[in-house]
Design a protein around this ligand. Structure first.
Ligand code: GAF
Length: 381
C-alpha cells in the first residue's frame, strides 16, 4: 500500500514524499456503545490499515489525494471551516481543523492516501484516515502533541467537522493499540492497559465476517441510542451510565419510566461488566473462556440495544453452530462485521458455515478473513 500511496503522490505532486505514516482499522473485541457512556471498551488494531504519504507543501494550503476515488481535494486556511470540505475530504480537513482549534501550528502539506480497510463495514475506515493524517501532520510539523492526547483531537474532527456523534473508541484504537494486545480503555479517564491477546500462540484464530449487510438508518439510529442513554443517565441522576454499578441495576431499572430505556440501560451496564470480565480472563491467559461473554454481548446488542440485523444474527448463529467459542457483531451496528473466536484449525470451516447459512437465507455472499492484533498508528519510514 505504501507503493500505491507513493505512486499517487508522485503523479499528483511530483517529487518524493518526506515519509509514510500508517494507522489501522479496528475490531472491537467487546464493549459496544459503552464509549459515549464513559464506560469500558476492548478493541484491537487490525492488519488492514491506511497509509499516508506526505510532505510539506510548497503552497500555503493542504492537498489530499485518495486512491479510493482517484480524487484530489485542496483547502486553505480560509476554506476549511466545518462543512466547507465535504465527503471523504472532511476526514482530512477535520483533523487539520481540530489541530488548529487546539492551538497547533499545522504545517501545510501534500498527502496521498491508500487504504485496505473495508469501507462501511464497521471496521473504522474513517478513524484510520483521521489517525494516519493526524500522525503524519504531527510528525511533519514536529507538533508538541503527546500520543495520549491525539484520540480526542481525532474524535473532535469526527464529531464537530464530519458531524458524526461518535465516542472516542475508534480513534483511540487506531492510535494507541499495540501489536499482540487488546486495548483496555477507560473512556472517562482515557487510561489504558495493553492486555496480551496472543491468539496464534494459543492455536486460536479470530474470524472476521464482513456480512456486507447494507447499513440501514445507521446515523439516525446511532444518535437515537446515544440520546436514550443520556436521557436515562439524567433520569437516574448520574453523570453517565458508567456510574450505574451492575449490583444496582435492578433498582435503577425500577426507576425508569419505559421499557425501551430499561433495555438500553441494561445493555450498557451489563456490557461494561462483560468488558471487565473479559479483561480478567485475558489477564490470566484464558482466551477460550471469553467465548460465552462475546456471545452474551451479542445477545444484549440484539435484544436490549436492538442494533443488529438479520445478517449479523445469522452469521453469529452459524459460527456458533460450527464450533466457535463465541461470536458477536463488532462496531456500531445495523450491519457490518461479526467476530468469531475459533480454533485456528476450524477457521475455514466456520467461515464456510457462515457462507452456507447466508446462501440458504438468500443474503449477499459474505467475505471472511482472519486477523491478529496489529500495531497502532506509526511512521513507516
Ligand atoms: C462506532 C463509534 F464510532 C464508536 O465510538 C462506538 O460508539 C461504536 O460505534 C459502538 O461501540 O464505531
Amino acid at each position: 500500500m505504501a507503493e500505491r500511496a507513493f505512486a499517487g503522490f508522485r503523479t499528483e505532486y511530483g517529487g518524493d514524499p518526506a515519509g509514510y505514516w500508517v494507522a489501522p482499522g479496528r475490531a472491537n473485541l467487546i464493549g459496544e456503545h459503552t464509549d459515549y457512556n464513559d464506560g469500558f471498551v476492548l478493541p484491537f488494531a487490525l492488519p488492514q490499515h491506511t497509509v499516508v504519504a506526505a510532505a510539506a507543501a510548497r503552497r500555503p494550503n493542504w492537498s489530499a489525494w485518495s486512491e479510493m476515488n482517484g480524487e484530489r481535494i485542496s483547502f486553505d486556511d480560509a476554506g476549511m471551516a466545518p462543512g466547507a470540505v465535504p465527503d471523504w475530504g472532511a476526514y482530512v480537513a477535520g483533523v487539520v481543523w481540530a489541530l488548529r482549534e487546539a492551538g497547533h501550528r499545522v504545517p501545510h502539506a501534500e498527502l496521498a492516501i491508500a487504504s485496505d480497510v473495508p469501507l462501511g463495514a464497521g471496521l473504522s475506515s474513517s478513524a484510520a484516515i483521521e489517525s494516519a493524517v493526524l500522525t503524519a501532520l504531527a510528525d511533519l510539523g514536529d507538533l508538541d502533541l503527546p500520543v495520549d492526547d491525539r484520540p480526542r483531537l481525532a474524535q473532535r474532527a469526527e464529531n464537530e467537522y464530519v458531524g458524526a456523534p461518535t465516542g472516542v473508541m475508534d480513534q483511540s484504537a487506531s492510535i494507541r493499540c499495540r501489536e499482540g494486545h487488546a486495548l483496555f480503555l477507560d473512556c472517562r479517564s482515557l487510561e489504558v492497559e495493553h492486555i496480551p491477546f496472543d491468539l496464534a500462540g494459543d492455536g486460536l484464530a479470530m474470524v472476521v465476517v464482513d456480512t456486507r449487510a447494507e447499513h440501514r438508518h445507521v446515523d439516525g439510529e446511532y444518535a437515537d441510542r446515544r440520546r436514550a442513554c443520556e436521557e436515562a443517565a439524567r433520569r437516574l441522576g448520574v453523570p453517565a451510565l458508567r456510574d450505574i454499578d451492575a449490583d444496582d441495576l435492578p433498582a435503577a431499572l425500577d426507576r425508569l419510566p419505559d421499557e425501551v430505556l430499561r433495555r438500553r440501560v441494561r445493555h450498557v451496564v451489563t456490557e461494561n461488566q462483560r468488558v471487565r470480565q473479559t479483561v480478567e480472563l485475558l489477564r490470566s491467559g484464558r482466551i477460550r473462556d471469553i467465548g460465552p461473554l462475546l456471545t452474551a454481548s451479542h445477545a444484549s446488542m440484539r435484544d436490549d440495544f436492538e442494533i443488529t440485523v438479520d445478517e449479523v444474527d445469522t452469521a453469529v448463529t452459524a459460527a456458533l453452530s460450527a464450533g466457535a467459542y463465541g461470536a458477536r457483531m463488532t462496531g456500531g451496528g445495523f450491519g457490518g462485521c461479526v467476530l468469531a473466536l475459533v480454533d485456528a484449525a476450524f477457521a475455514d470451516a466456520v467461515a464456510a458455515a457462515v457462507t452456507g447459512a447466508f446462501a440458504d437465507r438468500g443474503f449477499t455472499r459474505p467475505r471472511s478473513f482472519t486477523v491478529l492484533p496489529g500495531p497502532g498508528a506509526h511512521r513507516l519510514s
